[in-house]
Design a protein around this ligand. Structure first.
Ligand code: CMP
Length: 139
C-alpha cells in the first residue's frame, strides 16, 4: 500500500483562509488526497493525538488553541509522503521555517504560548497510522 500521512490545517490556518493553499501545495508536489474533512477536535481526541506532549509547558495552550475553531483533517498519500510533507511544512517554529515552506511563507510568531504554525504532519509510519485511525476511524 502507498505511504499515508495525516495532515491537519490547524484552526489558525482555517481561520485565515489557507486551507486551499495547503491542499494546493500537497497536490502540486504530486501527492494524492485520500480524505479531506472539516472537523472539530475534542479534548479526548487531542489527549490521544498529543499524548507524547502531555505534561509539557505548552500542552495546555496547545489543546486550547486546537479547540479554538475547525480543523481541516487530510490524509495524503504517496511514496515518501511522511517526510515529504514535513519538508513542505518547514520547521516547527515559524520564524525559523525556511522561505518556500508552508510555515516559512505563511506563518509567523505571534508571541503566544504555543506555536501557531498552521499545519501538523505525522512524523513516522507508526504515528501516521495511529493518527489516521484517530481522525478518520472509518478509513
Ligand atoms: P505539531 O506538529 O502539531 O506538534 C505539537 C505542537 O506543539 C507543534 O506542532 C506546535 O504547535 C506546538 N509546539 C511544539 N513545540 C513547542 C514549543 N517549544 N513551544 C510552543 N509550542 C510548541
Amino acid at each position: 500500500a502507498a505511504e499515508r500521512t495525516l495532515v491537519l490545517v490547524k484552526p489558525d490556518g482555517v481561520r485565515r483562509g489557507l486551507s486551499g493553499e495547503v491542499l494546493r501545495r500537497i497536490e502540486a508536489k504530486g501527492y494524492t488526497l485520500a480524505a479531506v474533512e472539516l472537523k472539530s477536535a475534542t479534548p479526548e481526541l487531542l489527549a490521544e493525538h498529543y499524548a507524547e506532549h502531555a505534561g509539557k509547558p505548552f500542552y495546555g495552550p496547545l489543546v486550547e488553541f486546537m479547540l479554538s475553531g475547525p480543523i481541516l483533517a487530510v490524509v495524503a498519500e504517496g511514496q515518501g509522503v511522511i517526510a515529504g510533507f514535513r519538508s513542505l511544512a518547514g520547521a516547527t517554529n515559524p520564524t525559523e521555517a525556511a522561505p518556500g515552506t508552508i510555515r516559512g511563507d505563511l506563518a509567523r510568531d505571534w508571541g503566544l504560548k504555543v506555536q501557531q504554525n498552521l499545519v501538523h504532519g505525522s512524523d513516522s509510519v507508526e504515528s501516521a497510522e495511529r493518527e489516521i485511525a484517530l481522525w478518520f476511524p472509518h478509513l
